[in-house]
Write a protein that binds this ligand. Structure first.
Ligand code: ZN
Length: 281
């Protein structure tokens, strides 16, 4: 079977998955704040913001792309990359399979070319539902390739992060992705590329400590947890009480680590404005 056939088959499966989830109600999704549950369609129509309490629920990557990009403008690239089990980590193959079926994706990062407000961009989105959006070899390699591709095409690079950090099942190979992605993003920027990094809840560990923090423009969603080690680990290590709101988007904005916090409902328009201001005609 040709690689294109595999790819087309997967896209069809993904589209029918989304369609059937919408039509069948897609199960109930519980808001982790108010504990109320909602159907897939209800959440999808409300940008995965809890209709009852306003809590931001983790967005599937394709839903994020749909909410940001101009209609039908997204074309996935490097969509066939899938990881092996380089360390022979117990149960990893099985976990990958379960996550692939659950999300309809081969790994945690999907991306490609698209238009936002009529301007062409390269966009990549981490899906926290896939092994906590962790960065293994495929996520790292794809991110680096998106940066290279955006550089060659002279397009802005927009990345939405949501991640638990490096993928422990790939050990050192995951840690190497921190250097690989940082290097790729830096050379993209050195050549005049615009990199907009959008941090969503949670962006932690090796992702926050590499490409996600290297944006020319750093944006976060309200209330997002953004850190390397989590507050509980730090508290246990230093034995001190941490400041109120520590490591959340608002705290980081106040301390100069972010440029802006943007509500999910305004994200498309804000990105569109930023791209329009920076794009070279
Ligand atoms: Zn809620």
């Amino acid at each position: 079977m040709k690689i294109d056939d595999i790819y087309n088959q997967r896209r069809k499966r993904w589209n029918s998955l989304i369609k059937s989830r919408r039509e069948s109600g897609g199960g109930r999704h519980e808001c982790n704040s108010c504990k109320e549950s909602f159907s897939y369609a209800e959440l999808s129509d409300n940008l995965w913001i809890c209709p009852q309490c306003g809590n931001y629920i983790a967005m599937p990557a394709m839903e994020r792309i749909k909410s940001i990009c101009d209609e039908d403008s997204f074309k996935e690239i490097y969509g066939n990359m899938t990881t092996s089990n380089p360390l022979d980590f117990p149960d990893y193959d099985n976990k990958l399979h379960i996550n692939q079926v659950k999300t309809g994706q081969l790994d945690a990062l999907i991306g490609g070319s698209a238009k936002i407000g009529g301007n062409s961009v390269i966009i990549a989105v981490l899906d926290s539902r896939f092994l906590m959006g962790s960065m293994g070899t495929v996520v790292g390699e794809k991110l680096a390739r998106f940066a290279d591709y955006a550089g060659k095409k002279k397009l802005p690079l927009i990345v939405f992060s949501a991640s638990g950090g490096a993928r422990m099942q790939e050990g050192l190979f995951s840690l190497m992705q921190m250097a690989a992605t940082s290097g790729a993003v830096q050379s993209f920027k050195d050549n005049g590329g615009l990199f907009i990094s959008c941090l969503t809840n949670p962006t932690t560990g090796g992702v926050s400590a590499s490409f996600a923090s290297l944006g020319d423009i750093m944006i976060a969603e309200p209330g997002a947890l953004i850190c390397f080690a989590g507050p509980r680990v730090i508290k246990q290590t230093i034995g001190q009480t941490l400041p109120e709101g520590f490591q959340h988007a608002e705290f980081l904005l106040e301390h100069g680590m972010l440029d802006m916090i943007v509500d999910r409902k305004d994200m498309r328009e804000r990105l569109s404005d930023l791209i329009r201001l920076h794009v070279r005609k």
